[in-house]
Design a protein around this ligand. Sequence first.
Ligand SMILES: [Zn+2]
Ligand SMILES: [Zn+2]
Length: 151
Amino acid sequence: MSTTTAPWTDEQVAALNVFQNQGRFHPFTCGRDHSGSSPVLTATPEGWRCPVDDCDYTQDWALKSMLDVGLEMTRVSPSCGTTQHCANHGFCTRCDPQLSSAALHLVRALHDAGVPDENSGEVYREMVVVLRQAVRGGRITSPEDNSKVGE
Ligand SMILES: [Zn+2]
Ligand SMILES: [Zn+2]
């Protein structure tokens, strides 16, 4: 069983946390007694931490396979660059339909919130970064998309 030991890079930490949230394989949980509940551990550069405030449980190793699954899920698909949107934002409905359809909600939210045009581009860019990570991590899915998650 091959393992990886902390310290981990930012990329490895992100990949491990994506793994913890993907829902297909069982995540690492706290080894302490939390009266029946099993808090899902959070990866940090120094190792695993328990999310419960007063719990000092730590663990400094992970399975190599967890890292591989997480990295696979965070891997950025190459942008096609064939549309104006792709040129501006690195994705579009052609090369990344899932992210693109999720991003439509952002556009609507910006519009509904009355964000002025001169600011909306910047806000949109920041929001898409967060959205991209969430979509890739499988944390945002619509019910009809459940079958496609992780493929
Ligand atoms: Zn704990
Ligand atoms: Zn594209």
